[in-house]
Design a protein around this ligand. Structure first.
Ligand code: S3P
Length: 168
């Protein structure tokens, strides 16, 4: 069984995924880190030098590669990954995986992202909390339709221990 964590930037996919992997003794892979390793470039630099279209193509390629790998895995995706797949069966309603949406409020996301924006090309230009809230609110609204296709939705505004208990 593969457990796939999806959600907006800053929703805790990588942090929770890593902790969950350790807790249930299943290898953890972060798709963004996997892409960076394979492409030998940071996500920031891929966006800067090759653009988003190239990034989305590679993101899709590596996602499929990881999903086809044998064995259990906790896999955290990028915030946009589920919104750019051409076949939703890849992630949703698939008997080999459980896709979990980590749902976090706009306010909480904006607070977290103002601190963690530097490595995220889609939001690195945003400088104030007000602007961040406005951007995240609109962007999350567009993306929620994809995230909500998950069979499991977890309120991830809570502390890590509570989220992990629910996941287990
Ligand atoms: C993106 C989210 C990022 C990364 C890229 C694009 C997005 O991952 O894949 O910057 O489109 O939301 P995180 O959600 O881990 O920040």
């Amino acid at each position: 069984m593969k457990i796939i964590l999806i959600g907006y930037m800053g929703s805790g996919k990588s942090t929770i995924g890593k902790a969950l992997g350790l807790l249930v003794n299943i290898p953890f892979v972060d798709l963004d880190s996997y892409i960076e390793e394979k492409e030998k470039q940071t996500i920031h630099d891929i966006f800067k030098t090759k653009g988003e279209v190239y990034f989305r193509k590679q993101e899709h390629f590596y996602l499929k590669e990881l999903l086809q790998a044998d064995g259990p895995m906790v896999l955290s995706l990028g915030g946009g990954t589920p919104c750019f797949i051409n076949n939703e069966k890849l992630l949703f309603n698939n008997t080999s995986y459980k896709t979990v949406y980590l749902n976090v409020s706009v306010k909480e996301l904006a607070d977290r992202l103002l601190i963690g924006k530097a490595s995220r090309p889609l939001i690195s230009h945003i400088n104030s909390l007000e602007e961040m809230q406005e951007f995240v609110g609109k962007h999350l609204f567009e993306r929620t339709v994809f995230y909500n296709k998950s069979e499991v939705v977890i309120d991830a505004n809570k502390d890590q221990k509570t989220i992990l208990e629910k996941l287990v």
